[in-house]
Write a protein that binds this ligand. Sequence first.
Ligand SMILES: [Cu+2]
Length: 129
Amino acid sequence: MKAAENQKITKRSLCSVSVAAGKVAAITLIANGLLVGAAVAAPPVIELEIRDHLFYPAEFTVPADTKIKLLIHNMDPTPEEFESYELNREKVIPGNRRAVIFIGPLKPGTYPFFGEFYPKTAQGKILVQ
Ligand SMILES: [Cu+2]
């Protein structure tokens, strides 16, 4: 969402460049600043795998107050649902597919997650520090 907003703003800024030629330098600087800002704001990516109905890694640490992108590869041929009450997330990942789930910014603590289709084995937790 944030990146899209930034892009819109950037486009608008670039549009006004052609209109107000006298302000080209200043507006270009602003546009560059927004682009840099968008790049810096790109959330860190954590990659997970589901294999034999287990999460790898089953436990990992992420920084507090930071938006995180989880990229979850389901290596099993069967679907799994990533679910976490504490994170307020649930998403079905078909067999041999991957899914993206954004989490955070989170307060420090422990956030369990599990695979709803194989909850006895597929369990993990995210430590937020
Ligand atoms: Cu569910």
